[in-house]
Ligand binder design. Structure first.
Ligand SMILES: NC(=O)c1ccc[n+]([C@@H]2O[C@H](COP(=O)([O-])OP(=O)(O)OC[C@H]3O[C@@H](n4cnc5c(N)ncnc54)[C@H](OP(=O)(O)O)[C@@H]3O)[C@@H](O)[C@H]2O)c1
Length: 254
């Protein structure tokens, strides 16, 4: 198939989890604008309805990715609708700011369930379809998947796990022509901090501290991360696998 440079994902079908806000929402829009048909997944129906109204090639599914039945429901919804699956973006995730003094078994288990187990089970359900399409998986980690984050150790550890799953699956699935890559954003405008249990005041303070620490002097915008997710899904990235690309204004370097 000939690809127009402005629509590099023409003919492709993508699933983006966590599409109801932040980076996932921007990714669903960017992928649809690049020519893909996109299934956006999340739990908030109204936010997903609003997203679907923005582009005719975006459909949505309301489901919690942690449920046992979620992988079959999500992959089935895309394949039933469009007959194929080319890209799985494992973006749904959450952060937790909790010290070693305060952490509980339940908190760790919940975090890993969302950030590690759910992407694993989705990748497994997607695999037969990705083998057919020679498609790819794009996992969303964080700068803190490979940089210490005092006060959020288990979030950092969950993202480190996702980065190592990326490298290992890349080798495991290479013989099938399935590529697995990872984007690691730095602090980016989204709902993540507000939903992490911080007060509004603390959110403002943390955002200021982050901006001051980032060499380029500001937090990122979700579209700036989404653009690289689209590039990783694009056929020009066909020889790229097992890589973690950090998009963070230089934060990982300091
Ligand atoms: N923003 C940052 O600074 C930053 C930095 C590094 C990495 N990241 C990573 O980027 C990804 C996106 O985060 P974001 O910053 O864009 O935050 P966000 O605005 O809070 O978005 C998180 C998304 O995940 C979805 N989600 C959460 N739990 C879910 C569940 N159980 N089932 C289905 N969907 C679920 C949310 O939708 P519902 O609430 O509708 O379910 C939402 O769409 C995450 O993996 C995050 O760790 C973010």
């Amino acid at each position: 198939m000939e690809h127009q440079p402005s629509r590099p994902l023409d003919g492709r079908v993508a699933i983006v989890t966590g599409a109801s806000s932040g980076i996932g929402r921007a990714t669903a829009i960017a992928m649809a604008e690049a020519g893909a048909r996109v299934l956006g997944v999340g739990r908030r129906q109204s936010a997903l309805e609003e997203l679907a109204g923005l582009h005719p090639d975006i459909s949505t599914l309301v489901v919690d990715v942690r449920l046992d039945e979620a992988p079959a429901l999500i992959i089935g919804a895309a394949v039933d609708r469009w007959g194929q699956l080319d890209v799985l973006v494992n973006n749904a995730g959450a952060t937790a700011r909790v010290s070693l003094d305060e952490v509980t078994r339940v908190r760790v288990a919940d975090l890993f369930d969302l950030n590690v187990v759910a992407p694993t089970m989705l990748a497994q359900a997607a695999l037969p379809h990705l083998r057919l399409s020679k498609g790819s998986i794009i996992n969303i980690s964080s700068t803190y998947g490979h940089r210490p984050q005092p006060g959020a150790a288990h979030y950092a550890a969950s993202k480190a796990a996702l980065e190592q799953l990326t490298r290992t699956w890349a080798v495991e699935l290479a013989q099938d022509g399935v590529r697995v890559n990872c984007i690691a954003p730095g602090p980016t405008e989204s709902e993540a901090l507000a939903r992490s249990g911080l007060t509004e005041e603390d959110v403002v303070r943390v955002k200021k501290e982050q901006a001051a620490q980032i060499p380029l002097g500001r937090r990122g915008e979700p579209q700036e991360v989404a653009a690289w997710i689209v590039r990783f899904a694009d056929p020009t990235a066909n020889w790229l696998t097992g890589q973690v690309l950090t998009i963070d204004g230089g934060l990982e370097l300091v």
